[in-house]
Structures are given as C-alpha cells and as structure tokens.
Design a protein around this ligand. Structure first.
Ligand code: FMN
Length: 182
C-alpha cells in the first residue's frame, strides 16, 4: 500500500525551480509513497470573516486534501529570509476553524530550494516554527537546503547526478520517517 503525501510548493511561478524539484521527488519516491502536489495558489488570503458559514470552495477542497493525506512535504523558496506568503497562507487555512486543524500528527519534511548559496536556510527554519505549534512531527535529518539550483538542471530539464542523489537520500529517509510514525 502506498501512502498519500501532500506536497506543498511555495512558488506559483510557471518555471519554478521548486516545482521542478517537487516533480523530481514525485518520480524518485519509493513505491511506499504517492506524492501529490496540492494546489495552494487559489486560496484567498486567510480571513475569518469569509470562513464563517460558507467558506470559499478552495478552503474546503484544500482542507479535505490535507486531511486525507498521510504526510506533508514542503518544497519552498526563501523570500526575504523567510517563507513565501503562499505557504504561510496555506498553513493558516489548514489550521482553522479553531480546533479543527488538518495538520496535527502528519509526518512532515521540508526542503528549501534557492539559486543562492545557503539554500533557503532562513525559510527552512522559519517554517519549522509554525510546524512545532501545529504538532507536525518534522524530519530533522537530513537537513535539506538545496542551494545553487539554477545550475542543477541542464537545458533539457535533467537534474545533475549529485543533486539527484541528494534528493534520493532525502525522500528515502522521509519514507522511513513516515513508516516509523505510522
Ligand atoms: C520576493 C522575493 C524575495 C526573495 N528573497 C530571497 C531570499 O531571501 N533568499 C534567497 O535565497 N532567494 C530569495 N529570492 C530569490 C528566489 O530564491 C528565486 O527567485 C527562486 O528562483 C524562487 O524560487 P522558484 O524558482 O521556485 O520560483 C527572492 C525572490 C523573491 C521574488
């Protein structure tokens, strides 16, 4: 049986490096995992007023998708040394209504991806602050800061062997993490 894992990508850009990395993770994940990229770009900025009575359809769709998954992977760029608003917004939507958070206990992992040298370290750790509060058991090792991503792909979209090996180790260890917590 393969476990459904929600993948949240923190960039809405068509040619996003983070999206490319998320798609490679989908391809190389062990058979025990089925990675599904969940749409977050259509979620209106969280507002308790619009969440009363008849919440936006996208909020309901998103909450259901997360609630029915067995784990979560965040693939995120760093924006101004923190997480992009789309990721924080998705976290906030999933955390409400109060007392009905969809996040608790889901085995989680983070990979931050950047053309820069420090691989989105600031985003990776800023994200962890919310995950602690939301009771999401988050894989500690290997830490995954994917720096220099702009040079990791060739013109045909193939990833360099060294980077592929790094991603393989990340996703295999995450599969073990999910099994351990199941
Ligand atoms: C608003 C904004 C802020 C950014 N801040 C950072 C930053 O703090 N650290 C960093 O490494 N890159 C930063 N960048 C550059 C991104 O890493 C780069 O645009 C990257 O390609 C975004 O990921 P994507 O390719 O998946 O869209 C920033 C980009 C934007 C648009």
């Amino acid at each position: 049986m393969s476990r459904k894992i929600a993948v949240l990508v923190g960039s809405l850009r068509k040619d996003s490096y983070n999206l490319k990395v998320a798609k490679i993770l989908q391809q190389i994940a062990p058979k025990t995992l089925s990675l599904q990229i969940i749409q977050i770009g259509d979620l209106p900025l969280y507002n308790e007023d619009i969440d009363q009575g008849h919440p936006p359809e996208s909020y309901t769709r998103f909450r259901k998708e997360i609630a029915t998954c067995d784990g979560v992977i965040f693939v995120t760029p760093e924006y101004n040394r923190s997480i992009p608003a789309v990721i924080k917004n998705a976290i906030d939507v999933g955390s409400r209504p109060y007392g009905q958070s969809v996040w608790a206990k889901k085995p989680t992992a983070i990979i931050s991806v950047s053309p820069g040298a420090i691989g989105g370290f600031g985003a990776n750790h800023a994200l962890r602050q919310s995950l602690v509060f939301l009771d999401m058991p988050t894989m500690q090792q290997p830490e995954a800061y994917f720096g220099g991503v702009a040079t990791a792909f060739d013109d045909n979209g193939n990833i360099a062997e060294k980077s592929r090996a790094f991603l393989e180790n990340f996703i295999k260890t995450y599969a073990d993490w999910v099994n351990k917590l199941a």
